[in-house]
Design a protein. Sequence first.
Length: 262
Amino acid sequence: MALVTIDLALCDREGACIDSCPHGLLLRGQDGLPVERVGAASHCIRCGQCVSVCSKSALTNHLLAGQEFQDKSTFDRAADPLAYIIKTRRSVRAFQKRAVDKTVFKSLFDLVRYAPTANNSQKLWWLVTLEAESTKNFAALALEWLIRSYYPNELEKPWEGDADPVLRGAPHVVLCCAPEEYRWGATDAAIAVTHVELLAASRGLATCWAGIFIRALEGWPPLLEALALPPGQKVFGGLMLGYPRFNHRLVPPRKPAAIGWR
Ligand SMILES: Cc1cc2nc3c(=O)[nH]c(=O)nc-3n(C[C@H](O)[C@H](O)[C@H](O)COP(=O)(O)O)c2cc1C
Ligand code: SF4
């Protein structure tokens, strides 16, 4: 079964769908048109990014056909600013090369101090790569783990050439750390990282949870060593961060809220 159909008359060959797909299911074909990988439909997670990021409405994803994509230009941001950010935030996987200034990071973390922590423990701290070169070096180490763990066969890897499937070429990675024995570390970090994610979206920055990177940290000692954490500290969560290359025009569909009442 074909996963996507591209309207050739509308497609501007910008490649936003190709660069935004989390699983690399779309490739740049001859003349720049997106072409789906063999078996793409069975790997699609229905995130809707390929549709939402297309500025020309040229792509149909058949697994999402008939489902509602909302045009964010129709939302009244001023009427409910938080609802606007919650709905329009997207995981971004295509970044500009431009670095984010240190003062921007400081202002984000200064606000995130007000997020809840278990028993008001406030044990979290942040580790940020400021230079793109440093981010790239960590991504390369994480990639070693990814290849060894999942793609020992070069031909099966779902990314092209020297693309970065771990941090997607983001200029920065933001890691949320706490003492390793702290029992609420993962929960506090998830709350704090989510606060960063929403704040960043409200300021025109782009983020994406760095799950592969976090898993690599757990499974690949050379990456952990390179990070040089203070003794007894652990990374509990993290994000790629930068400025977005593309605008996500549409909000993808989601399942209805599942609720039980008593
Ligand atoms: C814990 C967690 C880990 C994730 N890790 C990755 C990752 O390593 N790479 C990636 O591209 N996306 C990652 N994501 C992003 C999800 O794929 C994304 O949130 C989901 O597809 C929904 O898309 P949206 O965030 O644009 O709404 C992660 C998300 C979460 C919550
Ligand atoms: S819905 Fe998501 S996973 Fe599926 S092809 Fe589009 S971008 Fe890729």
